[in-house]
Design a protein. Structure first.
Length: 605
């Protein structure tokens, strides 16, 4: 369902409080038990309230206008029924938390929620105090009604004063009518919690997307369908009635939010017939439902990786981008500098120490006896990574999907002659790290960036050659996440927009803007490698038009004269090249005139 616009972000009005809508005609049957109507309004009994948050057009912002953009703030969800009773935020707006619509939460469809930046919580973290409120005339114990609710839970309840308590999907006047167990329960879906409660399911996964249809008649009780299956018949609440404010995804108490994404809801002021229920069940097949997964990335590295994670937020951006490509419901990063015995990031540390230089590194320990690196064990750094991994709950470790190495600084100070040792040591550490994560088949990809311009010429060349060789080795499942890292500026440098030349700054570390750009460019590379390894969630195929390699690449260079080279560029997801200012004048390129990486010829800038 799409809102018709008469101008940028301006909806076409057809009556006070109502806007024009467009939907394609139904093209046949869906995967449900009957024909799939294009909208709920096509049913014999139209709803008296209908709210669809599958796209930003459903969320209303300032001035009563649909926001029209993913992630933009809003406060109500538009009512698509004839009654124009918008679904209002409960608590969230007064607490300074705005609703947003996020994409790709159920296939390509989105959902509305209240994202929060509270530190220490799994992502996406949703506000523990915000939900949605219905009109008080819609649901009560003495009325006949039917309700549809479609939601997604990305994480267990967190950041509240009752994290182990169930989440409430529907409450009326403070009385919970429908709850799902959180971390402290046994995966139950409970109708009318309390004495005489009905346990409708015991298979509600930690992360899930589901729909319910609940129809209620005071004389006979409630019938309920979970996804496509009826799970309750004539259930009675007992002697306790219910009246007052109906809430979705909130129990009405302080910090009582379900912390779920709302996809769609509808209410009828009658008990739907079995035929109408069948039609609604068919309609709900537009949503991809069932257990869901999260994507957890582990980041290894030193000071540039610390900036990438902590100072610039690039690691979180990378995780969220990967989740967007795969349709994953949650995205998290393990990247810590916690203490001396529990970390994944260590400033200045290489994969192993550089002998005789004082440069440290003990992710694998070089015993100094000339032994083959394939026999080396974890050193102090590697054992600290082990502690960081073991410190996660088992369920989070099971989400681990990829290893990310924005890492090369100290290792690029080695001599080129160390290529074989370094390559073997990197593979040994990768094998041990995968073992810590329970990966014995190299299913989990390692995503490594190409060496940044720091170190010695021989060391940088050695590092890049090692990464390229390992990435080309069948069975290792290693990919180059950022093939072009030299096109970046020193951290804190002054950039001249007229020439494109950066001066000053810290050449050992990449600029904040570049780190964010690296994350954006690496997201499709990581996502495609995860998809190939079987880590997808609800999006099983990435469209061919989307980026694949993280940017354009030089595929061929032809020497047409002593002063001119013809460079061929292969595009990734685009059709044109935004040439950096330095490149326009030929700056920024280096040409090796003859030789090979071990013994290069003249380097011509």
């Amino acid at each position: 369902m799409t809102v018709l616009l008469v101008g940028p972000h301006t909806a076409m009005g057809i009556a006070p409080g109502r806007v024009a809508l467009y939907a394609p005609l139904p093209s046949g049957s869906g995967s449900g038990p009957g024909p799939v109507p294009a909208s709920l309004s096509q049913l014999a009994t139209p709803p008296v309230g209908w709210w669809d948050a599958s796209s930003p057009a459903g969320l209303i912002g300032a001035g009563g206008v649909p926001i029209g953009a993913w992630g933009a703030p809003g406060n109500t969800i538009m009512d698509l029924s004839a009654t124009s009773q918008n679904l209002a935020s409960f608590v969230g707006t007064s607490a300074g938390i705005a609703a947003q619509v996020y994409p790709h939460l159920s296939g390509l469809l989105g959902g509305a929620g209240y994202p929060t930046a509270t530190p220490g919580l799994l992502q996406p973290a949703l506000d523990p105090n915000s939900g949605w409120q219905l009109s008080q005339t819609m649901i009560a114990g003495n009325l006949s009604w039917t309700i549809l609710l479609v939601w997604s839970r990305p994480n267990w309840r967190q950041g509240s004063n009752a994290d182990s308590s169930p989440i409430t999907l529907l409450s009326v006047g403070g009385t919970p009518l429908l709850q799902v167990d959180s971390a402290g329960g046994t995966n139950r879906l409970v109708l009318f919690p309390g004495a005489g409660q009905v346990v409708a399911s015991t298979a509600m996964a930690r992360r899930h997307t589901h729909s319910i249809i609940l129809r209620y008649l005071p004389a006979t009780g409630a019938d309920m369908w979970l996804d496509q299956v009826q799970v309750a018949h004539s259930a009675q609440l007992g002697s306790v009635g219910f009246s007052g404010q109906p809430l979705l995804l909130h129990d009405g108490t302080l910090l009582g939010a379900a912390q779920c994404w709302l996809h769609e809801a509808a209410v009828w002021n009658t008990v739907l017939s079995d035929a109408d229920v069948t039609s609604v069940l068919g309609y709900t097949t537009r949503w991809m439902r069932g257990p869901r997964r999260g994507i957890y990335l582990i980041i290894n590295g030193q000071s540039n990786a610390i900036n990438y994670v902590e100072a610039d937020g690039a690691a979180a951006m990378l995780a969220r981008g990967v989740a967007w490509y795969l349709g994953a419901l949650a995205c998290n990063v393990l990247a810590t500098t916690t203490n001396a015995t529990d970390f994944t990031l260590a400033s200045g540390h290489g994969i192993y120490a550089i002998a005789g230089t004082g440069y440290p590194g003990s992710f694998v320990q070089d015993p100094g006896d000339g032994s083959n690196p394939s026999t080396w064990s974890l050193g102090a750094d590697g054992l600290a990574v082990q502690q960081a991994i073991l410190g996660l709950p088992t369920e989070d470790r099971l989400d681990m999907a990829a290893i990310i190495w924005p890492w090369n600084e100290t290792d690029s100070l080695r001599s080129y002659a160390e290529l074989g040792t370094f390559q073997a040591a990197a593979l040994r550490y990768l094998s041990l790290l995968r073992g810590l994560l329970g990966d014995t088949t190299n299913r989990m990809p390692l995503v490594w960036w190409n060496a940044i311009p720091y170190g010695t010429n021989g060391g940088i060349t050695m590092h890049r050659q090692a990464v390229q060789t390992i990435a080309a080795t069948a069975g290792e499942n290693v990919v180059i996440g950022n093939p072009q890292t030299s096109d970046s500026n020193p951290r804190g440098s002054a950039w001249d927009p007229a020439t494109g030349i950066a001066t000053g700054g810290d050449p050992a570390h990449r600029d904040s803007v570049d780190n964010l750009r690296f994350a954006v460019l690496a997201a499709p590379v990581v996502a495609r490698s995860l998809l190939a390894s079987g880590f997808s969630d609800l999006i099983a195929t990435i469209p061919a038009a989307l980026p694949k390699q993280g940017g354009p690449t030089i595929s061929h260079v032809y020497r047409s004269s002593n002063t001119t080279l013809i460079v061929t560029v292969v595009h990734d997801g685009g059709t044109d090249l935004n040439v950096p200012l330095q490149a326009v004048s030929g700056a920024g390129f280096s040409v090796m005139d003859g030789g090979n990486p071990a013994n290069p010829g003249t380097i011509i800038p």
